[in-house]
Write a protein that binds this ligand. Structure first.
Ligand code: NAP
Ligand code: GCO
Length: 262
């Protein structure tokens, strides 16, 4: 076994949408494992806020303003990163949105916007980094999937369609580029306490109790729960793991749910 095959020393990691939330936690884990951190966000003020947050925990992060759905902006950002920081070894397609609307009340524009950020953008980002990964002889692409890559629920039709598609994009990148020593895997968080799920966790929302009853761990996950699995997928320790989705869900996908007390 290689010396410390979990080390990311000398690697450049781009985590999209990582000013806060899950992306921030993953980028912080990568920095602690030795990687140089690059992230983007849609607004300069969020990039500045993100850089300050990374600085607070002793991480010098490189931040770029980029809307991941805009292919020209993405290509410009990747070129700038390669010039200013280095070729990207690890790409985490983390940026994502959700719109919780009953399907028959959802506009096609809203549906398209979710697909654009959660599925089209990972395609755009992956297409932008793969050629340099091939030249370099290795690469890691990690797509942030979801319980909704496997399950549906009311009001999240666009999100589930996107995250289900993202699971299949993951398998396809594995199939098409595995021969170039590029590993593309999904990381599937369960229900995690971040700004995205805040509306579900507010006091008195029955969904909060539902998730706790549905999770063998009996709690919401935290971004910190994802850090170790994310380092594994970004490191040499997973060089023969490809096209998989690693679910970090406290057991939700395996469990029918706590029996109601009669
Ligand atoms: P979050 O708190 O809402 O953060 C999402 C991040 O993505 C924000 O920084 C946001 O920036 C950025 N973003 C959104 N649209 C963007 C765009 N077009 N271009 C660039 N950046 C964009 O979400 P989170 O909970 O950390 O989730 C991160 C990822 O994990 C998402 O893909 C989500 O689907 C997935 N996930 C979350 C959970 C969960 O329970 N929280 C579970 C499974 C999977 P702005 O603030 O500028 O919008
Ligand atoms: C929802 C939640 C979920 C989580 C996550 C679960 O409304 O059901 O937002 O979609 O964000 O994706 O893995």
């Amino acid at each position: 076994m290689e010396q410390n095959q979990f080390s990311l020393e000398g690697k450049v990691a781009l985590v999209t949408g990582a000013s806060y939330g899950i992306g921030f936690a993953l980028a912080s884990a990568y920095a602690k494992a030795g990687a140089t951190i690059v992230f983007n966000d849609i607004k300069q003020e969020l990039v500045d806020k993100g850089i300050a947050s990374y600085n607070e925990i002793g991480i010098k992060a490189h931040g770029y303003v980029c809307d991941v759905t805009n292919e020209d902006m993405v290509n410009e950002m990747i070129a700038k990163i390669e010039e200013e920081v280095g070729v990207i070894d690890i790409l985490v397609n983390n940026a994502g949105i959700i719109k919780r609307i009953p399907m028959c009340e959802m506009s096609a524009a809203d549906f398209r916007q979710v697909i654009d950020v959660d599925l089209n953008a990972p395609f755009i980002l992956s297409k932008a980094v793969i050629p340099s990964m091939i030249k370099k002889g290795h690469g890691k692409i990690i797509n942030i999937c979801s319980m909704m890559s496997e399950l549906g629920r009311e009001t999240v039709s666009a999100y589930a369609a996107a995250k289900g598609g993202l699971k299949m994009l993951t398998k396809n990148i594995c199939s098409e580029y595995g021969e170039f020593n590029i590993q593309c895997n999904g990381l599937g968080p369960g229900y995690i306490a971040t700004p995205q799920t805040e509306p579900l966790r507010v006091q008195g929302n029955p969904f909060n109790d539902f998730i706790i009853a549905k999770t063998p761990a009996g709690r919401w996950g935290t971004p910190e729960d994802l850090m170790g699995p994310a380092v594994f997928l970004a490191s040499d320790a997973s060089n023969f793991v490809n096209g998989q989705v690693l679910y970090v869900d406290g057991g939700i996908l395996a469990y029918i749910g706590k029996q109601p007390v009669s």
